[in-house]
Design a protein around this ligand. Sequence first.
Ligand code: IFM
Length: 457
Amino acid sequence: MKIETYSNSTLLELSQNLHPDFQWGAATSAAQIEGAYDEDGKGLSIWDSFCAEPGRITDASDIRVACDHYHRYREDVGLMQGLGLDAYRFSVAWARVQPLGRGAWNEAGFAFYDRLLETLREAGIRPHVTLYHWDLPAALQEEFGGWESRAVVPLFADYAAEVARRFGDRVASIATLNEPWCVATLGYEIAQFAPGKKDRALAMQVSHHLMMAHGAAVKAMRKVTQVPLGVVLNHTPAFAAEALESDRKAARIDDGLNVRWYMDPIFRGQYPADILDHLGADAPKVEDGDLDLIHQPLDFLGINFYTRSFISTQTPPKPAPGKQGFTDMGWEIYPEALTQHLVRLSREYAPPPIFITENGMANADKLVDGRVADVERIQYVNEHLKALARAVALGVDVRGYFYWSLLDNFEWNSGYTKRFGLFHVNYATQERVAKDSALWYRDFITAFKSRRTPKAG
Ligand code: IFM
């Protein structure tokens, strides 16, 4: 079936402006798709423990089987190949390759990623690896309190160096962390994610340790690999709801906590002063040398973009207008924020090349007669690609776009109730069905490649 709802103007803008080596991809993470939670020597992660706590996951599900990708990776790489993807972003489960998070390596765990990398190589798909996508080995949580402790920083660096030593020459990039804001804020301040704590001071200390772990990992990996290294941050740009001083100030704080709290130490070696003031006694304890460690030169910056924050200080708060609708997560669709935000990042931070490492939507998809007519998702992606093209035309150096996600999967505390995938997954049979958006993305990539004007020389 050919679906030609993409706009020719988007294609034209993209094919004229994008970098010659621009990569089209899709992303996943280990805990969300692999399953095989204790197979071949794998250790448990904090998400296994979190799922076991009653009331934590909307549908009381867990990650023991998930999409069974551990056993179906060949089929899944075949799906990527069918879409014509250039690149695939996935994460390594730390506890699969080092069950206790320190000490012995699990060769059977590394062998799985060896097989995956070989299958991707045969399919001509470039692997982009993330080292930490939220699945801390449970043993480190039990022993040290996980990211609450500085002790985890060197352990993460050891793990990173081992992955880089083994796989560095076979992957296109390695990112240290995925979305440290989520780990710290959702995991430690509002208890939505593992390990489910509610303590802002702890959350900020965790964010500091995560960034130290990022810096230490980059330093350790540089010694063993030449592969491009970076970090993946989730940015949700804040907009004041109304032209009120209170909304404007609150939006600035929201931006500080989500964007600048991570960008400033990583790219400037300092925390934003207004946010330190705002946090007061909840600001993290920072020791001499910590900020130098965090401030490592990077080869790329991964940005995960889904929506914006609409900040209102009124009671009740003014709701986001949602002129382009809301996703099944309740997130406002607001693609123009992507253009503005990328331009801002590039002006304020002069970052290394950017990858959109995640962008996508959860949708109330229905599989009817073997088809998922997810026109909303097609529109979402089309609009975000337009926004991306505008940012590139304004001079932002973007090198790739990864749709989140390749497959419907375990959406953390929402369990299997939210579907983000290009492929519908029937969790009872593990059957994958290409949604209309997958076919659209395939046709879009093909059309993009055929229109691309060959560069002289
Ligand atoms: O599913 C998550 C992913 O693990 C991290 N970024 C956001 C996605 C959608 O919520």
